[in-house]
Design a protein around this ligand. Structure first.
Ligand code: HEC
Length: 278
């Protein structure tokens, strides 16, 4: 009898374990939103696009006055010029994108079933170049950030609309990004979530930690610390380094997957890039 009970208990455990399926992206999104709504009950959902300034009234005014004469304005102009300058074959970037590349940032990143890869806006910009016989640009700053800033600018006000199709490859990329976000790493043994979810609104040294919700809405970002514009993956690298972890390469599958998860969590928020930060 005893033995039978043990077996039954074991079976019971096993069957409940196999029933426990992975949470779907939709469920994750619901929980993620609920967490922030509960943590910051006074912050309206649409305000999360402003990063730390959504939760910090004190620094918000200073930031708003910076945004009146935005430091990234020249970058948008440069990006526009680059975007419209023909390649050697006479074509332009417009030929590679839906709607000539105007107002389309909300579609990125997306999963491409044909290649089994996540496509980010920056990877699409470089794909466009190589397809047209041009050399790819460097990933983290410079011309690619300028072009990305211009494309982001033409998409301002559009709502982030990342899709996770019910396909093995798309779900795998999403899960990889989610795992990166919640995995502890580096000598400090901290995850993205440790700082930007569980401790959002708390201080780490001199910095107030921003909520992860809304993070991707305003990239690329002009940072005074960088003295220029940088892409989201440049920031990922910096945040990996903060915990003394080795950063991944910009546009590696790891960071593309992270961007896929991270941006999906911000679905429905308005794009307001490029942005300015400390
Ligand atoms: C040790 C704490 C810490 C960890 C861990 C960390 N960050 Fe950060 N992160 C910061 C600080 C500090 C800032 C600057 C203040 C702010 O905006 O939160 C920042 C800024 C950012 C920004 C820019 C926010 C904006 O509005 O422009 C992004 C995006 C970001 N982090 C993403 C991540 C991701 C993704 C991870 C995991 C790979 C991560 N961070 C891990 C501390 C951290």
């Amino acid at each position: 009898m005893n033995k039978l009970l043990v077996i039954a208990a074991t079976l019971g455990l096993l069957s409940s374990a196999s029933i426990a399926v992975q949470a779907s992206p939709q469920q994750d999104l619901k929980e993620f939103r609920a967490y922030f709504a509960d943590r910051f009950p006074d912050v309206p959902f649409k305000d999360y696009v402003n990063g730390v300034y959504a939760i910090d009234q004190a620094s918000r005014e200073q930031w708003e006055s910076i945004e009146e004469f935005p430091p990234y304005e020249l970058n948008i102009d440069k990006g526009k010029k680059l975007f419209n300058t023909p390649f050697k074959n006479g074509k332009t970037y417009a030929s590679c994108f839906r709607n000539g590349g105007i107002g389309i940032k909300q579609d990125f990143p997306y999963y491409d079933s044909a290649t089994g890869k996540v496509v980010t806006l920056e990877s699409a910009i470089n794909d466009c170049r190589t397809k047209n016989g041009e050399k790819p640009l460097k990933w983290k700053k410079g011309p690619i950030a300028d072009i990305s800033a211009y494309m982001a600018y033409t998409s301002r006000g559009n709502k982030i609309n990342v899709k996770i199709p019910a396909e093995e490859g798309a779900l795998a990329a999403y899960e990889r990004g989610k795992a990166h976000f919640y995995a502890k790493r580096g000598q400090l043994n901290m995850s993205c979530a440790d700082c930007h979810q569980w401790n959002a609104g708390n201080r780490i040294r001199a910095d107030l930690l921003s909520p992860a919700l809304g993070h991707p809405s305003h990239f690329p970002v002009y940072r005074s610390k960088w003295g220029g514009l940088g892409t989201l993956h440049r920031r990922y690298g910096g945040c990996n380094k903060q915990v003394r972890a080795k950063p991944y390469k910009a546009q590696s599958d790891e960071y593309k997957s992270l961007e896929y998860f991270h941006t999906y969590m911000s679905n429905g928020l308005e794009l307001n890039g490029p942005g300015a930060r400390k």
